[in-house]
Design a binder for this molecule. Sequence first.
Ligand code: MV4
Length: 464
Amino acid sequence: MFSKVLVANRGEVAVRIVRALRELGIKSVVVYSDADKDTLAVRLADESVCIGPTPAAQSYLSIPAIIGSAKSRGAEAVHPGYGFLAENVTFARACAEHDLVFIGPTPEAIEMMGDKNIARETMKRIGVPTVPGSDGPVTTVAEAARFAEEVGYPVLIKASAGGGGKGMRVVENPEQIEAAFVAARTEAAAAFANDEVYLEKYLLRPRHIEIQVLADTQGNALHLCERDCSIQRRHQKLLEEAPSPAVSPELRERMGAAALAAVREVSYRGAGTVEFLLDERGDFYFMEMNTRIQVEHPVTEAITGTDLIKEQLRIAAGEPISFLERVPLTPQGHAIEFRINAEDPFNSFWPNPGTIKTLTLPGGPGVRIDTHVFAGYTVPPSYDSLIAKLIVWGATREEAIARGRRALDEIAIEGIKTTIPFHRVVLDEKDFIAGDVRTDYLPTHEDVLLAGASSAGATPGALG
Ligand code: MV4
């Protein structure tokens, strides 16, 4: 096992990784930018290195600064967390070139799954269900129109280099296809320096169901059940739960097998997530594969009794997965994660950085808080707005919801606006309680959520 690991991230995930390292007796080095000098991760780590000014491009995205820090501090490995360089092929390769273990999959697996069209064609080839659509990229309007006629409108034009919803265009009818095709390619070229697009049948009202996978270097590969991440705003997840109220044991078995087929095909190593769309008929289709640990990993840990960051470290050090004797895993109870962002949910989730005056955190059975903030901490405007994750576990979904209500009523963060009141209202909303949640949840429930907010004393603006 490693003796020292560099954590190339910030915020709650840096604290999460430092904690896992501490428990495994591994020294931790965290890098930080000028804005993050007085943070919890820096305080908890064994060592810390200032790698540059606040802008991410000059600090958390600076490959030379991170590699240089790892080498100068004698770290053997680098954990990238999520975001920043976590799925950056150049960074993964640079680690290998400097004899640093990148805690994640091979650069080849990152590269393949980073191209959404190659990922989709690979899944098609190995028989993983994919949404009907084009055979590879479409390069002319005529080709796009032909595939659209074939699969039937509405269709979705997606950027190969996109992902996470970026560079997507919904096309309702033939009259829209030319303008949408040109716009999608223009946007993709501007955003990714790659204008390649492909086309898929647009599934109406799907759920976002993702399977957590883990594979070690001894040939063991397994899944850790699913997460339902359908409540999103502009492709930013807000609330996640595991297991999904829409997934039966039989469907779980089939989705798990599909996810593991993808793992084997790319000789995947470490922790990963295979994302699917589940339609109203109960058919599922491959969407994307994420080659990193994800924000929402704690709900999986809660229902499977695992520590996924420790498993990542064990696998990267050449050790086997530590709980093989318990496989196949079945969900134990139910968990829900609430992303607490420094945003005003009733004013278009507008970022609301500032200083936290007072902080009251919930506790008790089945309550977990992953956060880096503390009373007096100033939330910087320079990075993403996630300041804490509240994860609750219950023996049933009903108990998890009741525990979520209780914990959200206890938690108090004064000095900034947060998404706490949004989550509290969702837990009283009838479709959520019934488990009837799709990716269009926010736009189709704005009125109820705002009404709930105003009765809860929030100053409603607009959810959208
Ligand atoms: C789709 C889709 C409907 N049909 N693909 C892809 C990236 C992901 N973050 C959003 N994606 C979608 N792909 C087809 N063929 C609907 C979405 C989608 C979505 C998916 C999951 C969770 C939230 C979503 C919000 C909007 C659109």
